[in-house]
Design a protein around this ligand. Structure first.
Ligand SMILES: *Cc1c(COP(=O)(O)O)cnc(C)c1O
Length: 466
């Protein structure tokens, strides 16, 4: 399998060439040249596999430059009951007949990003060792991504993580999760500013190409193809749990921000997994909902701060991948829409004929706000006896509007309520329980360096710690 860019650069690249990369050189995102097709016989064969073995089968279709035995060992080491809490790894939690949550948030940081990041940690370590190289990951986080990256990379040979976060702006639990890590290769930098300041520092450091090369600066952001690929697996795992025979249809509702999670669902559907609908659920930052309804993609000037903060985006960084497929993989057209029109006008629109084709791809959408979120958290608790987090609530609210008789609906649970306790207390007046071992996490010793909004100070810190 070779990979190409959504903006038309057809240079063929192998999986391990793009593994450690961000954007393609032409500014596009990487996608496989084609989607391997999975027929009913293959589905039947995969149905009985463990999660780790299923992951190996799916990854093998896309990765031909890692020996099969090594890849299999990697998936078996990654997707274990010890790390993800259950033998199913992503078990279903039934809510009502034909409606269930698929639990993606039982990894070390209690959010779905662990599903991909844990594999990425193993892949990075493997490939860096093979090349005899090291990598210094520099990132900015407002919560889930940073902690997932740190827990995936802790103790990994050849990798250091430098994670910037806005001082005092993450929840105490999120802060404690990151700052309590004592691993020598994990470096927390609390910046006296907001998230955008952190992101600007990362951009400034990465734009210093000489520094970037000399100190081997890399990222683990959500456009990484390997992250997306790892996420494809749980759509299959959810399908097998929700159906008895191969050919039955299932729909998924996905709480969405950067379009990474649901884009993996799109890939699974393109491979032939019998998915009826992919329901995109947004919060008040409804860029994606607007596009699916109207065919107009309009980047927002201001990102609203909401009680489902991991979906607070003004621009969905993985969305270009879907548009590439929607427009028959016309790289020149995607380049003109995303590279030119969007950059100059902040928006683009597709034709009404193209907009109608969205249906063939199974996509529908909806959005949710703070009031909906509180009501949905209460409903889930009172009607179904299940405590859900704010992001999953956005999903469930929209899913309930899209139910179809005879088609099971799986709502992807993207975080545990313990991570966003304040809104649970607001909705229900109770503190969400914490998984065992995390009860007193705020009291653990912290390992963090406080810094002003100062690019040079961050560079000096990196130089001193590599
Ligand atoms: C990252 C995240 C999302 C959004 O996922 P995307 O891939 O960015 O669409 C939703 N919920 C939670 C809890 C997250 O951490």
């Amino acid at each position: 399998m070779k990979y190409l860019s959504t903006r038309g650069d057809k240079t063929e690249r192998a999986f391990c060439e793009i593994l450690l990369e961000g954007l393609a050189p032409d500014g596009g995102l990487y996608l496989p040249q084609s989607y391997p097709q999975v027929d009913a016989r293959t589905l039947a064969r995969w149905r009985g596999l463990s999660y780790a073995d299923l992951a190996f089968e799916i990854l093998s279709l896309y990765i031909d430059d890692i020996p099969a035995a090594d890849l299999h060992e990697l998936t078996r080491r990654t997707y274990t009951e010890a790390v993800f809490g259950t033998p199913e790894i992503t078990p279903l939690k039934p809510l009502a007949p034909g409606l269930a949550l698929q639990a993606l948030s039982n990894g070390p940081t209690l959010a779905f990003k662990d599903m991909a990041m844990q594999l990425l940690g193993g892949l990075f370590e493997y490939e860096l060792k093979r090349r005899g190289e090291t990598l210094n990951i520099l990132g900015a986080t407002s919560g889930d991504t940073g902690s997932a990256a740190e827990y995936a990379m802790r103790g990994k040979a050849g990798v250091n993580v430098f994670m910037l976060s806005p001082q005092g702006r993450m929840s105490p639990f999120q802060q404690a999760q990151m700052f309590s890590l004592q691993d020598a290769n994990i470096h927390n930098i609390a910046v006296q500013g907001v998230f955008d300041d952190c992101q600007d520092i990362v951009k400034a450091v990465s734009n210093d190409l000489a520094f970037k090369r000399k100190y081997k600066i890399g990222t683990v952001n959500s456009i990484n193809w390997a992250r997306l690929l790892a996420q494809v697996v749980y759509y299959f795992a959810g399908y097998f749990q929700a159906t008895n025979s191969d050919g039955d249809l299932v729909s998924f509702t996905v709480p969405s921000g950067n379009f990474g999670n649901v884009c993996a669902g799109h890939v699974a559907r393109m491979m032939g997994l019998p998915i009826k609908q992919l329901v995109v659920a947004t919060n008040e930052n409804d860029v994606l909902d607007e596009f699916f309804r109207s065919g107009i993609y309009r980047v927002r000037g201001i990102t609203q701060e909401t009680s489902s903060p991991s979906m607070d985006i003004s621009k969905a960084s993985n969305f270009e991948r879907f548009v590439f497929d929607l427009l028959d993989r016309d790289g020149a057209r995607v380049k003109s829409l995303f590279g030119d029109t969007l950059a100059s006008a902040g928006r683009f629109s597709i034709s009404s004929e193209e907009h109608q084709r969205i249906e063939q791809f199974g996509f529908v959408s909806g959005s949710s706000n703070h009031t909906d979120r509180l009501a949905t958290i209460r409903k889930a608790y009172q009607d179904y006896g299940v405590l859900i987090d704010t992001h999953t609530a956005d999903g469930l609210k929209v899913a309930l509007q899209q139910l179809e008789a005879g088609v099971p609906m799986l709502v992807l649970e993207t975080a545990l309520p313990a991570k966003f306790a304040a809104t649970i207390v607001e909705a229900l007046g109770i503190e969400p329980p914490r998984p065992a071992g995390l009860a007193n996490i705020e009291a653990l010793p912290k390992r963090v360096t406080l810094m002003a909004v100062d690019v040079q100070a961050v560079k000096d810190f990196v130089v001193a710690h590599v």
